[in-house]
Design a protein around this ligand. Sequence first.
Ligand code: GUN
Ligand code: ZN
Length: 442
Amino acid sequence: SQNATQAIRASFFDITHTVDDPRQLPEAARYIVDGLLLLNQGVIVGLSDWEEGQHRLTPEVDLLDCRGRLIVPGFIDTHIHYPQTEMIGAFGEQLLEWLNQYTFPVESQYHCPQHAARMSAFFLQQLLSNGTTTALVFGTVHPQSVDALFTAASALEMRLIAGKVMMDRNGPDALMETPEQSYQQTRELIERWHNKGRLSYALTPRFAPTSSPELLAKVQQLRHEFPDTWVHTHLSENPQEIAWVKALFPQHNGYLDVYHQYQLTGKRSLFAHCLHLDRHEWDCLHHTDSAVAFCPTSNLFLGSGLFDLKTCWHKGVKMGIGTDVGAGTTFNMLQTMGEAYKVGQLQRYTLSACEAFYHATLGGAKALDLDDRIGNFMPGKEADFVILDPAVSPLQQMRHANSRDIWEKLFVLMTLGDDRNIAATWVNGRCVWQREEKEQAA
Ligand code: GUN
Ligand code: ZN
C-alpha cells in the first residue's frame, strides 16, 4: 500500500460497506476510540487503531493530534437548491404557492453572474461549515448560475454534482426557456464541466409541471448522448402537485410514469421527496435502480407529508438524505437527521443513529452512485471528512457525560447537535473549514 504523508489521531466512526437491510448496519459499523487515519495526496491510505498504526509514522508523516474529537465521513446532501439560500424560512405556504410567491422571484436574479458568484461562495461556505462535503445541487434556469457554482467548487476541490434547471412552462417569463435553448445550454455546460476534476453534471428538469413533453424529450436526448450524467428532479411531494401532473399528463399512468416514459429513471437518477408513491411507483424505482432523497425538514416545513422509510428499505430503493434548502430549514445534517428521526416516530419507525449516519454518508454516496469514491474511510477513497466536537454546550456536555456508548453519543449528536459541533471540515485531504476557537464561557 501507499506511504502516508499525513496522519490524524482521533476517534473515528464510519460504515464499512453498503447494506440492504437496516438490521445489518450495526455489524457494518466501525468505531475506533483511539484511531489513526493515514492520508496521501487527498486519498485515504488506511484507518487503524493507534496502537496498530503508529509504526507507520515515519518522520516524513505530518501528524495531527485530534484526541477528544470524533471524525466521521463528510456528510452527503443528496438534494439542495443553492439559489434558495437567500429565501430559507419563507412564511406560510405549501409547495405550489411557495414556489410562485418566494422561489421564482429569488431564482430570477441569477441571470446576473456577480450575484451568482457571490451566492455560490456563500452557499459552499454554508455546506462546509455544516460538515457537508458533497451535494447534488439545483441551480436556476440560467447557465450562469451553474458556471458560478462549479467555478467556486472547483477552487475548493469539492466533489459536487449540479445542473442548470430546465423549465419551459408554468413559471414566470423571467424563468422560461424553449426546449431547444434548454438543450443547447445544457449541452454546453456538460461539455464545460462534466467530469472536470471532482465535478459532475446532473440533467435537472425542475419537475413535471414545469416541463412540456418537448422539453422532456430534450432531456431524454441529452441522457442518451451523455449516458454518464445524472438526472435530478422532484417527484410526488405534495397532493396538489400530484393532481396537477395527472391533469397535465393524462395519457400517463401517474407521476413517475411521466419521467419513466422519457427514460429518465435509472441508476444515476435521483428523485427528491417521493412522499405519496403507490406500490407500482416504488416497484418502478426499484427495477430501474433509481434513487430517492428524503428531505425531512422540507417535508415538515411545507407540510408536504411523511417519507416512508420502512417501505423504502422493503422495496430496495436507494435513499439519501437531503436538506432541500430553501424549503428545508437547515444546512446542517445533524439537525436533518434529528428531524428524520421525528418523521419516523410519527409512523412508528425507529430510526437509529447508526442508520441515520449511514444515510447521511455511505448510503447517500450509494444513492449518488459515488460509493466507490466517498462515504467512508476505506483505503482508496477520497479524503473528505468532518471533525466533530461532540459536546460544545453545557447541555451537550452534561448529556454526553450521561451517555453509555457510541450509539447514544451519536444519537445525542443528532438530536442536540448543530453547526457548533462541526470543528473542521476536510475536502480532498485538505482542511477547508475550521471553526474559530471561542473563549470558553466562564
Ligand atoms: N418542486 C419543484 N420545484 C421545487 C423546489 O424548488 N423546491 C421543492 N421543495 N419542490 C419543488
Ligand atoms: Zn427541492
